[in-house]
Design a protein around this ligand. Structure first.
Ligand SMILES: *[C@@H]1O[C@H](CO)[C@@H](O)[C@H](O)[C@H]1NC(C)=O
Ligand SMILES: *[C@@H]1O[C@H](CO)[C@@H](O)[C@H](O)[C@H]1NC(C)=O
Length: 481
């Protein structure tokens, strides 16, 4: 099977021999899955929010479902009693907007390539199949379902008590209304079901004893419901000033000139958005198709670092520390998480069973980033701007490390009983992408629940979405004018 259904190789132009060989090896690889990662590109670490989960957890390439007990998980006197997981959807298709830009870029190449006897990268790219179509619009791909099934199997292996079969009916599953999130939640549940019933085909989620996931956009897409965010950031043409300025700045101009020369097209036909979509296509071809795309050959590592910064700048100003409202708009989600934890603590204290041992919430990178920012994570001393690319080379804020596809932030509540002290206590641990995330107040790998709550008491007590998201009253006669 050489050609997939979306494979539209233009028959009129004979592909370069090298390209044909690349296609053969790419499709050959699909039928014989390999454990190593020959498709991985040297650019993979710079794909930002389009990073594969296995690029932040490379050990998964060898065995994606091997249970891996993190040595820093508390053991012995502490038992996990509740887990709240916030999960970004798995690998997805490009959006329609990105697909249209890619088509536009390929049009430029086909119009300006060096005519008959064309050779080189420009020609190879003009002929490289454009296998993305408008209908795909950001939907979850099969690899994305696999991301979720495998995450489910690993979490079930890591917390066998919480994920035991009897708890399946008590799972609380909430999702954003977007297809890719609803589908991610279903794939996760099917992964769990396979864990309980190996070899049996999983039923439809509607027929599972946990019931279908509940859609809650106020929680998982809080940014769509926050008037202040929408006005000050989302619909504000100047809010992403630094992103725009970087697009026309010297670092991007260098790449534009280089790429125009490489592809033999006039530099005026290119712009930062088209360059970015070319770079994204390298990431999509890898994440979705598992192939090394010739689009990757357009860039070197220095270019990739600049393009990663462009992506991070946008996340920074739109979803993170750039504006206070970006993170404050997630207060309701933060409080929801702690309400679940509070309830579990109360139930344990009354020696009742915990009613929701596992809570799964499926959302977006745009759900996770504001929440992590609200909690103070990945904050650099200086803001990311259009003008400090060089100074920010070693920044903490690298979205590819924080929110790759299938990224997950997990709160684990432990009940600890120490034989020496009769007092019982509750501890909390956070995992980001299945690795312990040190707590902000102590840098410890685990902390007393009370200490965590006290560290975040401002958010827990005085951040009310209704007030945070309310627009300041406009008074036209105010003396500021
Ligand atoms: C838009 O963003 C700019 C830059 O942050 C800010 O000065 C301005 O007040 C914002 N406009 C609105 C309507 O919030
Ligand atoms: C606007 O502000 C002024 C001075 O603070 C106040 O006297 C006036 O009543 C306000 N007008 C409105 C419509 O709120």
């Amino acid at each position: 099977m050489l050609r997939g259904p979306q494979h539209r190789l233009r028959a009129s132009v004979a592909p370069a021999a090298a390209l044909a060989a690349a296609l053969l090896s790419a499709f050959g690889r699909c039928s014989v899955p390999e454990r190593s990662d020959p498709a991985a590109s040297a650019l993979s670490p710079y794909f930002g929010t389009k990073t594969r989960y296995e690029d932040v957890n490379p050990e998964l390439l060898a065995d994606p479902v091997a249970p891996r007990r993190d040595p820093e998980l508390p053991a012995g006197t502490c038992t996990p009693v509740q887990l709240v997981a916030l999960i970004r959807h798995g690998t997805r298709y490009p959006t329609t907007k990105q697909i249209r830009k890619l088509r536009q870029l390929q049009g430029v190449l086909q119009a300006h390539g060096p005519g008959d006897g064309r050779r080189g990268l420009g020609a190879a790219l003009a002929d490289w199949p454009l296998w993305y179509e408008d209908w795909m619009d950001g939907q979850l791909v099969e690899k994305g379902r696999q991301d979720m099934r495998q995450l489910a199997l690993r979490l079930a292996g890591l917390f066998p008590d919480l994920f035991r079969r009897e708890n399946f009916g008590h799972l609380r599953v909430v999702t954003s209304s977007k297809h890719r999130c609803v589908d991610s939640s279903a794939a996760f549940l099917q992964g769990l079901w396979q864990h309980y019933h190996p070899g049996l085909p999983p039923p439809d989620v509607a027929d599972m004893d946990c019931g279908p996931p509940r859609i809650n956009d106020k929680l998982m897409r809080f940014f769509d419901h926050c008037e202040k965010f929408l006005t000050q950031v989302e619909r504000n043409a100047t809010a992403l000033y630094h992103v725009q300025a970087f697009k026309t700045g010297p670092e991007m101009q260098n790449i534009l000139k280089k790429v125009a020369a490489t592809l033999q097209v006039p530099v005026d036909n290119l712009n930062a958005d088209l360059i970015q979509v070319a770079f994204f296509t390298c990431s999509f071809d890898l994440a979705i198709k598992g192939v090394k795309s010739p689009w990757c050959d357009v860039f070197d590592i220095d270019d990739a670092k600049v393009l990663e910064y462009l992506n991070d700048l946008k996340q920074y100003w739109k979803r993170s520390y750039g504006y206070t409202i970006n993170s404050r708009s997630s207060c309701a989600l933060f409080q929801d998480i702690f309400q679940h934890l509070d309830r579990a603590v109360e139930q344990k204290q009354r020696s009742q069973p915990v009613s929701s041992p596992v809570i799964l919430q499926f959302g977006h990178a745009e759900t996770l980033l504001p929440l992590l920012s609200l909690m103070g994570y990945f904050k650099d001393k200086e803001p990311l701007t259009a003008y400090n690319y060089k100074e920010q080379v070693h920044r903490k804020f690298r979205s590819g490390h924080i929110v790759p596809y299938a990224s997950n932030l997990i709160f684990v509540l432990y009940h600890c009983e120490d034989a020496k002290t009769p007092k019982e206590e509750f501890q909390v641990q956070m995992l980001l992408n299945e690795k312990v995330l040190p707590l902000a107040h102590s840098q410890g790998t685990v902390a007393l629940y009370e200490d965590v709550k006290s560290h975040y008491k401002d958010i827990l007590l005085s951040c009310h979405t209704s007030e945070e998201c309310e627009l300041p009253k406009v008074n036209i006669t105010s003396d500021e004018l």
